[in-house]
Design a protein around this ligand. Structure first.
Ligand code: KIV
Ligand code: NA
Length: 262
């Protein structure tokens, strides 16, 4: 399949929903590439890959390493690199760090968490040739200051703030945005109120596409399963059963057989 561009992604709005999935390494990126429009190297790799309990401690170095791996595995995919916590605290810092992403990887854009409060930063990046995917609603990088993961859009104030955020992200020049952990009716209204694609995760069906963390949807991540995750594979059970069979065959000397032997 042909690699999407910023312009084909924008034009897909209203035509067909976009398919986004995370990947953190070349092996999985290559497996996921045929069915994905966009591959997100999410800072969620700090949990799924590095075993930490949240995304706060993800570093830019980690993002560069994993983004390089994903780009090597999925050469025909549009790749998004998450800007980790603390790397875009002001527009100058954000541009310096986004330039590092562009100079050291083949990523097509960066993703930044935040709405109206990040508009100036998003504009500074897009003005300087760095495409930006926004991320509004529930913001995992704010989990510590918010005291947990809280669904957004439950009150009239939150709904209005989210609408302002979406507009601000669009006006700042983002070509698309993720909306996470938001009431479906509010996410729908947001998707209808902007002209760029709004990709949902835990934001209902009435948006312009969906994104899931690959290790969640393949059933490989067992620590917890958010309500919005559908497991398309019972990966953990399949892997454990395969390993058990291997271990049993090693112990019983059933493996290796003649055909595996020089
Ligand atoms: O890091 C990540 O995987 C993300 C998605 C949940 C959107 O930002
Ligand atoms: Na993220």
């Amino acid at each position: 399949s042909k690699k999407l561009t910023i312009s084909t992604i924008k034009k897909s709005k209203g035509v067909r929903p976009l398919v986004m999935i995370t990947a953190y390494d070349a092996l999985f990126a290559k497996l996921l590439e045929p069915s994905a429009d966009m591959i997100l190297v999410g800072d969620s790799l700090n949990m799924s890959f590095a075993g930490r309990s949240d995304t706060i401690s993800t570093t830019l170095e980690q993002m560069l390493y994993h983004t390089n791996a994903v780009c090597m595995g999925a050469k025909n995919s549009f790749v998004i690199c998450d800007m980790p916590f603390g790397t875009y605290t002001c527009k100058e810092r954000a541009l310096d760090n986004a330039i590092k992403v562009f100079q050291n990887t083949q990523a097509d854009c960066v993703k930044i968490e935040g709405g109206a409060d990040k508009a100036e930063i998003i504009k500074h990046l897009t003005d300087n040739g760095i495409a930006v995917c926004g991320h509004i609603g529930l913001l995992p990088q704010s989990v510590r200051s918010e005291g947990g993961y809280k669904v957004k859009g439950k009150t009239a104030n939150e709904r209005e703030q989210l609408l302002r955020d979406a507009k601000a992200v669009e006006c700042a020049g983002a070509f698309c945005m993720v909306i996470e952990g938001t009431k479906a009716d509010v996410a729908k209204e947001i998707a209808q109120s902007v002209s760029i694609p709004v990709i949902g995760i835990g934001a209902g069906a009435e948006v312009d596409g969906q994104v899931l963390v690959f290790s969640d949807m393949l059933g490989l991540f067992e620590e917890f399963t958010p309500k919005f995750v559908k497991k398309y594979l019972d990966g953990a059970t399949l892997v454990k059963n395969a390993l058990k069979e291997y271990a049993d065959e090693v112990v019983s000397r059933k493996f290796p057989k003649e055909e595996h032997t020089y």
